[in-house]
Design a protein around this ligand. Structure first.
Ligand code: DQA
Length: 150
């Protein structure tokens, strides 16, 4: 049996994602956030990654969590919700965290309203995945696994 430590991936969900079960299923699918997190945990363990989950609706808590990740995580998968389109403060905190990061959106943000098409964090991310529902997180974790050499 391998004694190598598993790579730790922080899965971060931002504003309004705790209300997924009350949002338009046509965009976001039928899963609640706890259900989505269980699906993501399964994807991670299939890939030999250790997933840890964080959600908040408070921008400062999201930023402070990013500040605390040093030494606690090897990579980040982030769905910031609407903060992806607006929060330069979260963009800067991601830069400070300085970890390989993949951005995920359940819905296809490039083919929705104009204001959703731009992500202020995209330039810092290894890649961005959108419009693939929960499977987008599998793709993100596969990319992280490659990035970390798992
Ligand atoms: C979202 C897309 C955002 O535009 C939106 O504000 C969300 C969810 C997604 O997962 O598709 O809250 O990040």
């Amino acid at each position: 049996m391998s004694t190598a430590a598993l790579h730790r991936v922080e899965i971060m969900h931002g504003v309004n994602l705790d209300q997924l079960h009350r949002r338009p299923a046509a965009h976001y699918g039928p899963l609640s956030l706890p259900e989505l997190e269980r699906v993501i945990a399964d994807f991670a363990s299939e890939l030999g990654l250790q997933a840890r989950f964080f959600h908040t609706n408070a921008e400062h808590e999201f930023i402070e969590h990013l500040h605390r990740l040093e030494g606690m995580a090897d990579a980040i998968v982030v769905n910031p919700g609407a903060w992806a389109h607006t929060s330069r403060a979260i963009r800067d905190a991601l830069e400070i965290a300085n970890l390989p990061t993949v951005e995920v959106h359940l819905s296809d943000i490039k083919n929705r309203e104009e204001w959703r098409r731009h992500s202020v964090i995209e330039e810092l991310c290894v890649t961005s995945v959108s419009g693939k529902g929960p499977d987008g997180y599998r793709e993100a974790l596969q990319r992280i696994a490659r990035e970390l050499g798992t």
